[in-house]
Design a binder for this molecule. Structure first.
Ligand SMILES: *Cc1c(COP(=O)(O)O)cnc(C)c1O
Length: 228
C-alpha cells in the first residue's frame, strides 16, 4: 500500500521456512537430510540481504549476473563464507562474470553455454558447482534443456568438456501439480547418477523437501514481495 512502511522480519521468516521444512519431512518414510535453503534475494536490496546475513544465513540466489555484481562484491568482502547461486538464465556473453562471482551455477542448459563455461573455468581457474536446468514442462518460453536433449548435454559436459555436473534444477509449469515434476526431476537425476536436486520455491518448497530436494530456492517467503 502506498505510504505504508512495511518491515519484513527476514530472520523470523527464515525460521518459519526451516520449521515448515522440518514438518514436511517428518511425514516422509525414509527422509534424507533437510534441503539447504537458497535465499533468493533478486529484487531485494543490500539492506534486506544484510538482515539474512545477520541472522546467520549464508546461501543466496540471484537470477541476473549484473544485479548480483551490483549487490554482492562488498557483501562478500564482509561475509566470505557466503555461497552464491545463479538461478536465472545465463547469456553466453556474461559467462566470465558469472564464473568469477558465483559458487553454484544452476542454469546450464545448452551445449554452447557448456563450452563457454568450460573455457571460462579454465581461464579464471575457478570451479563453480554446476547444475543442469531441465525444462520439465517442455514450455517453449522457459529456459532449461529439453528432456530429450538432456542425455547428450550431460555426455558433452562429462566426456568431452570434463565438466563435473552436480545435479539438476527445474521450475515446474505454473498451475500444474508441482509434485509430478519434482518426481520427474528426481527420476532423471537417479537415472544419470546425479545427487543434487534444486527444486521448490516459496509456493511449493515443502512438497519439494518431502520429495528429496537437496536445495530449495525461496524468495518471497523470506524477503517479502520483490521491489524490482
Ligand atoms: C525468483 C525465483 C525463485 C524464488 O521465487 P519465490 O516464489 O519468490 O520463492 C526461485 N527460483 C527461480 C529460478 C527464480 O527465478
Amino acid at each position: 500500500m502506498a505510504g505504508t512502511v512495511h518491515v519484513i522480519d527476514v530472520a523470523g521468516n527464515l525460521a518459519v521456512v526451516k520449521e515448515r521444512i522440518k514438518k514436511a519431512m517428518a511425514d516422509v518414510e525414509q527422509p534424507g537430510s533437510a534441503p539447504e535453503i537458497v535465499a533468493v534475494s533478486k529484487g531485494h536490496d543490500v539492506a534486506a540481504i544484510s538482515k539474512a546475513l545477520m541472522a546467520g544465513h549464508r546461501r543466496f540466489g540471484e537470477n541476473r549476473v549484473q544485479e548480483a555484481q551490483e549487490k554482492w562484491p562488498d557483501l562478500l568482502g564482509s561475509y566470505p563464507d557466503v555461497a552464491l547461486h545463479l538461478i536465472g538464465g545465463l547469456q553466453s556473453n556474461k559467462v566470465d562474470e558469472a564464473v568469477a562471482l558465483f559458487d553454484v551455477i544452476e542454469s546450464l542448459d545448452r551445449p554452447r553455454l557448456a563450452r563457454r563455461l568450460a573455457n571460462a573455468m579454465a581461464k579464471l581457474d575457478r570451479k563453480p558447482r554446476l547444475y543442469i536446468q531441465v525444462n520439465v514442462g517442455e514450455e517453449p518460453q522457459k529456459g532449461g534443456v529439453s528432456l530429450k536433449d538432456l542425455p547428450a548435454l550431460l555426455d558433452l559436459c562429462r566426456k568431452e568438456l570434463g565438466l563435473e555436473i552436480d545435479g539438476l534444477m527445474c521450475i515446474p509449469p505454473k498451475g500444474d501439480d508441482p509434485a509430478l515434476y519434482f518426481a520427474l526431476l528426481a527420476k532423471l537425476a537417479r537415472r544419470h547418477g546425479l545427487t543434487k536436486l534444486s527444486m521448490g520455491m516459496s509456493a511449493d518448497y515443502e512438497v519439494a523437501a518431502a520429495m528429496g530436494a537437496s536445495s530449495v530456492r525461496v524468495g518471497t517467503a523470506i524477503f517479502g514481495e520483490r521491489r524490482s
